[in-house]
Design a protein around this ligand. Structure first.
Ligand SMILES: Cc1cc2nc3c(=O)[nH]c(=O)nc-3n(C[C@H](O)[C@H](O)[C@H](O)COP(=O)(O)OP(=O)(O)OC[C@H]3O[C@@H](n4cnc5c(N)ncnc54)[C@H](O)[C@@H]3O)c2cc1C
Ligand code: FES
Length: 512
């Protein structure tokens, strides 16, 4: 630790011995007050900003893969050469500095100018993105980064501009993130990049032949190419006598605000469901000092997704923070403040938050006659059954080369990365979407990272200790690792991702 702090203070302008920097090593220091990392890859030296542009993750603790560095926290990937954010969730570049070798010394010199924006002629006459969420914003961002000059419109049913949705159940709901941090981009961003943002505008129909969408307001919009990124909506539970005002769901900024407004005077809340969102809501409400009863039909939270061992770990984590679980139970009815469970148990609650899963928003795709299979069917280029119409994010079911199955997931990073790949393919680049799925969850001070995709498995291997919150759990089928869950093992998570990416195609299954 002392050694690390010592290295941090190194003034990289004054130089240091080349022998201190073996191939693949990273040295941290400062240049003009900015934290910088110097690294060496195959005889070349690179100097980059030390912090990820997503949430500021420490890149020195990340993984070098080729001439890129991957962030330990949520797996963003940056070019060491240009600093470009090559993969979400980071969208903005990190700074780069010129490195000079003088004899046996390495010195960091001036900061390099950011890469000039690309400009390409041609492409579709106009592009419309339906959906102002993770996939929609990442696609618009990439279209402009790729130099698309034509008219670009995001149409969103939401009244808020694209927001950092994962934060809505975490720090923002807990009261530790400011509202100003929640929009993904400022109004200037849309203005400067000439991205028209139509908010509170639900698209009611899509005509694939006439290349036209119709908004609920009656306005028609023509397009040259289209991306559907309509996301998902919470599953609603019919509860006997449950009044709308008592039942809260969480998808949008307005939903999170409504819960916060009620939390101000609440003493007890019943959280229904043991999904990631429900568990994160429980943790955030506990951070506000509110008593939480969590009601779910499962035997253990998240057992279906991560197995009984991790499920028990999550349950104990919440119990240690004072959450009371009512597992194997459902809500029968609500009378005033009294919530009656299936066993007859009564709970007292100011209000309820229901996190019982989401379903993809497919109405538009169905109306347009696109091929649907529990999601919008897309090919490896994320193109739907209609040429020039792409789909990305929570609605898309794509041929995943790693699991060998057609899968649909509900992960922030996957949605953004699909938006980015779809953007390139809207411009005719023909890039396959082959990223290994990744998601994270934050509950109290525990970050859980998941790479890969395992809908079922025949073996679970635990490396480390669940008790000490330091472990990696590998989910295997036929001896092959399908997914890895880690807690306090960020580098292991990055390595698992890289090794899944590098797996020879012969070991992957065929995608029908
Ligand atoms: C509270 C919360 C916390 C989460 N935390 C995490 C996390 O920690 N990690 C993780 O990996 N994932 C997390 N997720 C999941 C993640 O946010 C989603 O997977 C991701 O947002 C999906 O992106 P998307 O672009 O497909 O959809 P969305 O981000 O949902 O965007 C869909 C957009 O489409 C719009 N829309 C829908 N229908 C229409 C229409 N007909 N016309 C116009 N617009 C329409 C909506 O208004 C919205 O703007 C979380 C989700 C929630 C709700
Ligand atoms: S902080 Fe780096 S990816 Fe999130």
């Amino acid at each position: 630790m002392a050694e690390k702090e010592e290295t941090k203070k190194t003034d990289l302008r004054s130089g240091f011995p080349v022998r201190d920097l073996g191939d693949g090593a990273m040295v941290s220091g400062q240049v003009d007050g900015e934290e910088v990392i110097v690294t060496r890859r195959a005889g070349e030296f690179f100097a980059i900003g030390a912090h990820c542009t997503h949430y500021g993750g420490p890149l020195a603790e990340g993984l070098l893969v080729g001439d890129t560095v991957r962030c330990p926290w949520h797996h963003a990937c940056f070019s060491l050469r240009t600093g470009e954010a090559l993969r979400a969730p980071a969208l903005d570049p990190i700074s780069c500095w010129r490195v000079e070798r003088r004899g046996d010394e390495i010195c960091v010199r001036e900061k390099l100018a950011p890469s000039a924006p690309r400009r390409v002629a041609g492409g579709p006459s106009s592009i419309v993105i339906v959906g102002g969420g993770a996939a929609g914003l990442a696609a618009a961002d990439m279209l402009r980064r790729e130099g698309y000059q034509g008219p670009l419109t995001i149409v969103s049913a939401d009244d808020a501009p694209p927001v950092d949705r994962p934060n809505l159940s975490k720090d923002y709901l807990a009261g530790t993130a400011q509202e100003a941090w929640i929009p993904l981009r400022s109004p200037d961003y849309y203005h400067d990049r000439k991205i028209t943002l139509l908010l509170s505008s639900r698209v009611s129909s899509l005509d694939t032949k006439r290349r036209q969408i119709l908004l609920e307001s009656g306005r028609a919009l023509e397009f040259g190419a289209l991306l559907l990124a309509t996301g998902a909506e919470p599953v609603r539970l019919p509860i006997e006598d449950g009044k709308e005002s008592q039942l809260h769901y969480l998808r949008t900024l307005a939903d999170s605000k409504a819960i916060i407004a009620k939390a101000g005077s609440a003493k007890r809340v019943a959280v229904i469901g043991a999904s990631f969102i429900a568990l994160e809501v429980a943790a955030s409400l506990r951070a506000r000092g509110i008593a939480v009863d969590l009601v779910a039909p499962e035997r253990q939270p998240l057992e279906r997704v991560m197995g009984a061992e991790v499920g028990l770990f999550i349950r104990k984590l919440h119990e240690a923070h004072g959450v009371t679980f009512h597992l194997g139970e459902t809500v029968k009815r609500i009378r005033g403040r009294e919530v009656t469970l299936s066993s007859g148990t009564s709970l007292d609650a100011d209000f309820l938050v229901l996190g019982v899963g989401v379903r993809p928003s497919l109405a538009l795709a169905e109306q347009a006659g696109l091929a649907i299979d529990r999601g919008v069917t897309v090919n490896e280029y994320l193109e739907t059954s209609a040429a020039g119409i792409f789909a990305a994010g929570d609605i898309a079911r794509w041929p995943d080369p790693h699991s060998g199955e057609r899968i649909r997931v509900e992960h922030w990073v996957v949605a953004e990365r699909q938006g980015q790949v779809a953007a390139k393919n809207l411009l005719g680049r023909r890039e396959k979407f082959d990223a290994v799925p990744f998601f994270w969850s934050q509950q109290y001070d525990v970050a859980i990272n998941y790479v890969g995709h395992a809908e079922n498995w025949d073996a679970i291997e635990i490396d480390g200790s669940l008790e000490t919150r330091d472990y990696a759990v590998t989910y295997k089928k036929g001896g092959r690792a399908l997914a890895v869950v880690t807690v306090s093992r960020d580098l292991q998570s990055l390595r698992a991702e890289a090794s899944m990416e590098a797996e020879p195609p012969s070991q992957r299954q065929h995608v029908a």
